[in-house]
Design a protein around this ligand. Sequence first.
Ligand code: GRF
Length: 201
Amino acid sequence: MRLGILISGRGSNFEAIANNIARRKLDAEIAIVICNRPNAAGLEIARERGIPLRVIASAGMEREAYDKLLIDELRTHEVDLVCLAGFMRLLSADFIRAFPNRVLNIHPSLLPAFAGLDAQRQALEYGVRIAGCTVHFVDEFLDSGPIIVQAAVPVLDGDTVESLAARILAQEHVIYSKAIGYIVEGRVTIQGRRVLIREDE
Ligand code: GRF
């Protein structure tokens, strides 16, 4: 399965996926990494590893026009599955239609709680005891779409946003590859909002 990974920043989820592929824990290939911010730290990860990379700057571009560039680039690289990994843009309905049930996102909360920006801060300030992260299919709404895998992370009394975010991130790095693996293995069925994952044979 050929992955297209979309990033905007640090790129640690992209790196974790690349590591799992290199260690043969995940049977997939990164066909292209696309980044919408020319100075993103994640670019260096792709360069160091010789992973195909395109920077397509999005600043000032209209959503539909930008998404058309994305679609063209992903099709050129024959991408089967699009993985948003800290990609800080909402995608148009046209984009979602171009890759039906083939776009994933990771979010640092147990959705549907704390969608949007600063999810870890939202969780801490709300006072939840259990935070976590979610990998889900993407629809045209923010942090919406059927949920594939979640991981729970307890909130500790001494937690700061940073310490909580770091423990959640460690789980993100595990569950993103897990969710991709389920899809690669053809074990996933979507029934309305529910995602069913067949037992491993
Ligand atoms: C992660 O916390 C992810 O859940 C959120 O954005 C952050 C991206 O981090 N969508 P990185 O760029 O993968 O390090």
